[in-house]
Ligand binder design. Structure first.
Ligand code: AMP
Length: 415
């Protein structure tokens, strides 16, 4: 069953969304992207004449009730966005009566699922090293099933629209699906869009395919780099991780960020790219700074010859041109991780050059996927979000999907 073909009329529908929105100190939402992202699914259920039980996590309350992470704070905002008064269930595991009383067109938002340790299924208050941990974990897995069964009992149909947590086997993202048959569980619209976008860069590739991987560390991106190596034509590596490559190749990198225990890994990546015929693009120059600050003094130097006491904080002009050339004419583009410390306005140039090249290629018909935390913040900072094909809402989930891992939240529904 798919959300498009399902008629929700007269049905109670429990939807897992990602309403883990950032709040300011007064509990006001500072970015409502995630709520807006879930609206098409929620609106489809209401438009058909169904009723909604919305569930989500917020923050990391670690299995305990914590008012700081209460979803009660966003009830009014959700009501306003949906145009329907939303009721609130202050205990997500004791909402059976409220759910049963829901009439068609009505909406109930459950309190933060993670106030219960059963949501994540991790035993609390016991150390992993403790000999009793294995038994505690087993017991927790059982109570996780009960918790999921309770949530499932509220509704006729389960919809998962929370891509951001799809890489987690939690009660509400995966275990709950066991209590619905194939005709009564499905992915929401946001999930479908994410799955299609990932499919476009993993399976449905139009060539040339250029992946741009940046960010601070090679260690956190290695799984993706390895999976992409079999698929891409051009692999641009940028940002802090490239100083590990520069040092591995015998370069002088000053005090640039570097993972000294990953020098061999960097060389292996270079070799692998060669063996697989991938055009690996590494920067030739950088903007070096005399301190890690926006107002640092700067100079353009070769990426492999950075003076002592200086650190590379952005891609240099020659590198920007190299990146732009590689992106130009691409038909599939994936960007994860900035090319410099874009949080400092004076070190955004490399990332901006990448964003502009991606926007141009997209305008010429390429499919471009931007995802994984910082590159999204980056493209938003440049006000260019509407010039790329798709911006993923998933951080860890997107990265794991691109690594080629099966996401439990999707597998639970699709099998
Ligand atoms: P990641 O979380 O690994 O994707 O890395 C993103 C972070 O990398 C951002 O906060 C950037 O500021 C940082 N970053 C990018 N380039 C550099 C660099 N040359 N030196 C230090 N940090 C960097």
């Amino acid at each position: 069953m798919t959300i498009d073909t399902c008629n929700f009329q007269g049905k109670k529908v429990i939807v897992r969304v990602d309403f883990n929105v950032p709040l300011d100190e007064n509990g006001k939402i500072t970015d409502d992207t995630r709520i807006r992202g879930a609206l098409p699914t929620l609106q489809k259920v209401l438009a058909d004449g169904g009723s909604l039980i919305i569930m989500s996590h917020m923050g990391k309350p670690k299995g305990k009730v914590n008012p700081k992470f209460s979803l009660g704070q966003i009830v009014d905002a959700v009501s306003e966005k949906l145009g329907v008064k939303v009721a609130f269930a202050p205990d997500c595991a004791k909402a059976a009566d409220q759910a049963a009383a829901l009439k068609d067109g009505e909406v109930l938002l459950l309190e933060n699922l993670r106030f219960y340790p059963e949501e994540e299924g991790k035993p609390v208050g016991i150390d992993k090293e403790d000999p009793a941990y294995a038994d505690a974990k087993k017991a927790m897995k059982e109570s996780q099933k009960d918790f999921a069964k309770t949530l499932a009992s509220y509704a006729d149909i389960y919809v998962n629209d929370a891509f951001g947590t799809a890489h987690r086997k939690h009660a509400s993202t995966a275990v709950i699906a066991d209590y619905f048959d194939a005709d009564h569980k499905m992915l929401g619209y946001l999930m479908q869009k994410e799955v299609t976008a990932v499919d476009n860069v993993l399976n449905n590739i139009k060539r040339p395919f250029t992946a741009i991987m940046g960010g601070s560390k090679v260690s956190t991106k290695i799984g993706i780099i390895e999976n992409l190596m079999d698929k891409v034509d051009n692999l641009i590596l940028c940002g802090g991780m490239t100083y590990t490559f520069a040092k591995a190749r015998g370069g002088k990198i000053g005090i640039s960020i570097c993972e000294d225990d990953k020098l061999d890994l960097a060389l292996e990546i270079v070799e692998k790219a060669k063996a697989k015929g991938v055009n690996l693009v590494l920067g030739t120059d950088c903007v070096a700074a005399d301190k890690f600050a926006n107002d640092a003094n700067t100079q353009i130097v070769p990426a492999t010859d950075i003076p002592d006491g200086w650190e590379g904080l952005d891609a240099g002009p020659a590198t920007r041109e190299l990146f732009t050339k590689a992106i130009e004419g691409s038909k599939t583009i994936l960007w994860n991780g900035p090319a410099g410390v874009f949080e400092f306005d004076n070190f955004t140039g490399g990332s901006r050059a990448i964003a502009e090249a991606i926007a141009k290629a997209t305008a010429e018909g390429a499919f471009s996927l931007i995802g994984g935390g910082d590159s999204v913040a980056c493209i938003n900072k440049f006000g260019m979000a509407d010039q790329v094909s798709y911006i993923s809402t998933g951080g860890g989930a997107l990265l794991e999907a691109i690594e080629g891992k099966v996401l439990p939240g999707i597998a639970a529904i699709k099998g």
